[in-house]
Design a protein around this ligand. Sequence first.
Ligand SMILES: Nc1ncnc2c1ncn2[C@@H]1O[C@H](COP(=O)(O)OP(=O)(O)OP(=O)(O)O)[C@@H](O)[C@H]1O
Length: 250
Amino acid sequence: MTLLSLSGVSFAYAAGKTVLHGIDLAVRDGGNLGIVGESGSGKTTLLKLLLGLERASAGTVSFRGAPLDARDRGFMLGFRRSVQAVFQDPYSSLDPRQRVSDIVAEPLRSLKIGTDIAEAVAQALRDVDLPPDAAGRYPHEFSGGQRQRIAIARAIVARPALIVADEVVSALDLTTRTRIIDLMRALSTRTTFVVVSHDIALVALLCERLVVLEKGRIVEEGATREILARPSHPYTQRLLASTPRMPARG
Ligand SMILES: Nc1ncnc2c1ncn2[C@@H]1O[C@H](COP(=O)(O)OP(=O)(O)OP(=O)(O)O)[C@@H](O)[C@H]1O
């Protein structure tokens, strides 16, 4: 089933040049999708369109086959319950004045999900391997990797179909990075990830399919294994040459 799709999508920031050109993309249930490209290629902008945070200048963004319509509150509530995000910086993405229990519970409250909030938070903390007493503490008491676990707990607490992750491990050291990737792989059995990164090797560890962006255009897409084995576009070949080889998934 196609969760999210972009059809002929172009985008320009107000009064700026076009940064995405004619993007066609489908995110399907059950297979992680990686979006890779160099800095400035348009990855974060594409992610904002997938999250409904920006509107396409041309073309259509659809959720479960229906175009996103900001005026349809019921539809948008269903969309937001189904699509959550984790961002790059575990230091700025968590409100320092809130306890972890309130941070993780936030989607349940804002999306009006009727559930036992304390139990759902406790379960989400277990799912990301944080101790139960984390709930009563504040973000500054945690390391970068633990903060990213808190952000992931917040993303999974409402049991979304899809999590969009933007450079989630680039601020972390290598060992912590590996642990967070392992966690995301484990969570992939119940939720689909769209992983945005400049690091093609990292994305290959998590994603069965890849899309390669260059200057706002998709220059290559397909099965990760195929692309790693036989990158057809010179840009993908350069991206691969600049990262150490890692085994592909799937
Ligand atoms: N708020 C904005 N206003 C105007 N232009 C912007 C804005 N945000 C990004 N851009 C421009 O859009 C283009 C794509 O940027 P984007 O952040 O999507 O790329 P990226 O691949 O995510 O890069 P990075 O990895 O450095 O974050 C760049 O040319 C950038 O300068």
